[in-house]
Write a new protein. Structure first.
Length: 208
C-alpha cells in the first residue's frame, strides 16, 4: 500500500472484509444520491469537462450523470458489475476491475482528457496508488473530478472516511491527490449541508 504520512494502515480498513467483487456481484439499478445532487453533479461536469474530450468514468455504474447535450470523443467506464456498465448508455467502452486488488489501469499513458469518480472514492483502500494511475493516463493540465456526498455503503467505506465529515473528507481527498502527483487541487461545496437535498462536494485535481 502507498503510504500517507501520519495515517496508519488501519485507516484504510473496512468493516466488511470480504472481497468487493462479491459485494458488487449483483447489479444495483439505483442511484446513490438524490435528484438534486445528481443535477448538481451534471451541472458541475458541464462547467468543468472539456467538450469532445476522452473521458474516464471510474467506479461507474448504469448512469454517469454526464450532460445529455454534451458529446465526447469517448467515455470509458470502469466498475465492478458488468451488467450495470453494459446498461450505461453514455459509455462507449467499459472494463471491470477491482482497484483495491489491482490499481493499474489498462489504459495508455496520456490518453485521457478528464477522469471522474462520483460517490466512490470512499471505497478505495490505496487511493494514492489509484490516483497515481489516473495521473499517468491523463494528458497535461487535465482534471480528475471527485464528487461525494454523505451517503455510502458504510461497511465498505474505509475507516478514516467514516470518521470524518464532509469538509474534512474534502481535505482528505486533497491529501490523496497531492501525494498522487496532482499539484493543483480545488475543493467546492456544491450543495451545502443543511439544504433539503443530499449535500455534495467536489474536489478537482489537475495534472502538471
Amino acid at each position: 500500500m502507498t503510504s500517507l504520512p501520519g495515517l496508519p494502515p488501519e485507516a484504510f480498513a473496512k468493516q466488511d472484509h470480504t472481497p468487493d467483487t462479491l459485494f458488487y456481484a449483483q447489479p444495483r439499478f439505483v442511484t446513490h444520491i438524490d435528484d438534486t445532487a445528481i443535477e448538481a453533479v451534471t451541472d458541475f461536469y458541464r462547467s468543468h469537462l472539456p467538450p469532445g474530450g476522452r473521458i474516464l468514468d471510474l467506479m461507474s455504474s448504469w448512469v454517469s450523470h454526464l450532460p445529455g447535450e454534451a458529446a465526447y470523443a469517448t467515455v470509458i467506464g470502469h466498475g465492478l458489475n458488468e451488467r450495470e456498465l453494459a446498461a450505461n448508455p453514455r459509455l462507449t467502452q467499459h472494463f471491470v476491475q477491482d482497484l483495491n486488488a489491482d490499481p493499474t489501469l489498462p489504459l495508455e499513458t496520456a490518453s485521457i482528457d478528464a477522469a471522474l469518480i462520483c460517490v466512490g472514492v470512499q471505497y478505495l483502500q490505496d487511493p494514492v496508488a489509484v490516483l497515481s494511475e489516473v495521473a499517468r493516463v491523463l494528458v497535461p493540465d487535465a482534471p480528475v473530478i471527485i464528487t461525494f456526498s454523505n451517503r455510502c455503503f458504510a461497511s465498505k467505506a474505509v475507516a478514516i472516511w467514516r470518521a470524518l465529515g464532509g469538509d474534512d473528507q474534502a481535505r482528505l481527498i486533497d491529501l490523496y491527490l497531492r501525494h498522487a502527483g496532482f499539484p493543483t487541487v480545488e475543493a467546492y461545496a456544491v450543495v451545502p449541508e443543511g439544504d433539503l437535498s443530499d449535500p455534495l462536494w467536489a474536489v478537482i485535481g489537475r495534472t502538471p
